[in-house]
Design a protein around this ligand. Structure first.
Ligand code: PLP
Length: 391
C-alpha cells in the first residue's frame, strides 16, 4: 500500500484518537525507518521508548522467531521457560525479589496500585488506601491510572474516576509531608517525569521520600515504564539513587517492540499478590519473554555506558546551538528533553517529520528524544543536523 492509501483507510475505519504525524512507516534498520515510498527517517523516538535495540536486530528477530515456532502462547495456568528465565534475570540484575508480567504500562501500574492497597489491607485493614502521586506525572490511560496521573487535563469526561489519589508538587518534601495522613498507603513516582516534560526528581528528594516511606511503612512505588530498561544508562533508573523501591513497574522497552509490561516487588512485598487476586491472559507471553531475554542480553554494561556517552554527546551538541531558541536540556542517558524558546514543540516535531526526523514532544515546552539505545553516532548526527536546521 502507498502512504496515502494507508492514511485513507485509517481515516475511514480507525477511531481517530491519535494526532498522528504525517508519516507512514513500512520497515526499519538500526535507528532508521523507511516509508512505503522509500523516504528515510532518523528515529529519535523508538516508538515512544519501545524499540530499545533498534529495528532489524538480527539476534532479537532470531530469538522471537525460534520461540514462535516452538510455542506462541500458553495460559498462565501452566509453566513455561521464557518467563521464568526473564523473571530470574530481572531479579538478579535489580535486587528485587519477584515479578508479575502484564502486557503494557497502564496495566502494570494497575497491578502496582492493587499490590499497594492489598499490602495495606492485609496489614492494617480497610481505610488505609490513599496513594500520593506527583503533579505533572503520567501513569496510564485506564480509569485508575488516569486518576493516579497528576495532570488535570487527564481528569475529564470519564467520570467517576477511581477514588483514593492525591497529587503533590514534585521535588517539594514539605508538600508531600503535609499530605501524609494516616490513610496513605503508598507514594508513586516517576524518577524522570516523561510525558510531563522530561522533568527529573532530585536525588535528595528521592532519597528523603524513600526514607519517609520506610519509616512509616508507606510503599514507595516507582513507575519505570519510560525510564526503565537501559533508557537512562542503568538497567533501571532507581539504580542511580540510594534506594530499593517496594514495587517497580516497567513496560515499553522491555521486549524490544513486542507488548510486555510488569511489576517487580521487593522482599517485603513479594507475597502480597496471591492466587486469584491478580491475573492476565497474555502476561509473560513466551514470544515477548524471548524478545525480552534478548534485550537484556544485549543491554550489558558496555551498551549501558554507551547510552550515557551518547546522551552526553547529544546534550553537548545541542548546547552549542543558538541560545535564543534552545533552553534547558533535561534528562539522563537517552531520555532527553530539549525545551524550546518561542517555538511550539508540536509544530517543530511536525516539520521534523516532514524533513526526515521522528521526534516527539513532552509537556508544553519541550521536544523529547527517546532513540533506540543502539543508535549510531552517524544516525545521531544526521538527526541532529535536521533538527538544528529546523529550529
Ligand atoms: N507510565 C509512564 C511513565 C509512561 O510513560 C506510560 C506511557 O507513556 C505509561 C505509564 C502507560 O504505558 P502504556 O501506554 O504502555 O499503557
Amino acid at each position: 500500500m502507498t502512504s496515502n492509501e494507508i492514511k485513507q483507510l485509517d481515516s475511514q475505519h480507525v477511531m481517530q484518537t491519535y494526532g498522528r504525524f504525517d508519516a507512514a512507516i513500512e520497515y526499519g534498520q538500526g535507528a532508521t525507518l523507511y516509508s512505503p515510498e522509500g523516504k528515510e527517517y532518523i528515529d529519535f523516538t523508538s516508538g515512544i521508548g519501545v524499540n530499545s535495540i533498534g529495528y532489524g536486530n538480527k539476534k532479537w528477530v532470531e530469538a522471537i522467531t525460534a520461540q514462535a515456532m516452538k510455542l506462541q502462547h500458553i495460559s498462565n495456568l501452566y509453566y513455561s521457560e521464557p518467563y521464568v528465565k526473564l523473571a530470574e534475570q530481572l531479579s538478579a540484575r535489580t535486587g528485587m525479589k519477584n515479578v508479575f508480567f502484564s502486557n503494557a504500562g497502564g496495566e502494570a501500574n494497575e497491578g502496582m496500585i492493587k499490590l499497594a492497597r492489598k499490602y495495606s489491607f492485609d496489614k492494617y485493614g480497610n481505610g488505609r488506601n490513599t496513594i500520593i502521586s506527583l503533579i505533572q506525572s503520567f501513569h496510564g490511560r485506564t480509569i485508575t491510572t488516569l486518576a493516579a496521573t497528576g495532570q488535570e487535563v487527564f481528569h475529564n469526561y470519564f467520570f467517576p474516576f477511581t477514588e483514593g489519589f492525591k497529587h503533590v508538587a514534585a521535588n517539594d518534601l514539605s508538600a508531600l509531608e503535609a499530605e501524609l495522613t494516616s490513610d496513605v498507603c503508598a507514594v508513586m513516582v516517576e524518577l524522570i517525569q516523561g510525558e510531563g516534560g522530561v522533568l527529573p526528581l532530585s536525588e535528595d528528594y528521592v532519597n528523603a521520600v524513600a526514607k519517609i516511606c520506610k519509616d512509616k511503612d508507606i510503599l514507595l512505588l516507582v513507575d519505570e515504564i519510560q525510564t526503565g530498561v537501559g533508557r537512562t544508562g542503568t538497567l533501571f533508573a532507581f539504580q542511580q539513587y540510594d534506594i530499593l523501591p517496594d514495587v517497580v513497574s516497567f513496560a515499553k522497552g522491555i521486549a524490544g517492540g513486542l507488548p510486555m509490561g510488569g511489576i517487580m516487588a521487593n522482599e517485603k512485598c513479594s507475597g502480597v499478590l496471591t492466587p486469584g487476586t491478580h491475573a492476565t491472559t497474555f502476561g509473560g507471553n513466551p514470544v515477548s519473554a524471548a524478545g525480552a531475554l534478548e534485550v537484556l542480553n544485549q543491554l550489558d554494561e558496555a551498551l549501558l555506558k554507551e547510552v550515557v556517552k551518547k546522551g552526553e554527546y547529544i546534550a553537548k551538541t545541542i548546547k552549542s546551538w543558538n541560545k535564543s531558541t534552545v533552553g534547558e536540556i533535561r534528562g539522563k542517558g537517552l531520555m532527553i528533553g530539549v525545551s524550546l524558546k518561542g517555538l511550539a514543540p508540536k509544530d517543530i516535531a511536525a516539520i521534523c517529520a516532514e524533513n526526515g526526523l521522528l521526534i516527539i514532544t513532552a509537556g508544553s515546552d519541550a521536544l523529547r528524544m527517546l532513540p533506540p539505545l543502539t543508535i549510531t553516532y552517524e544516525e545521531i548526527d544526521k538527526g541532529l543536523a535536521i533538527l538544528k536546521e529546523i529550529i
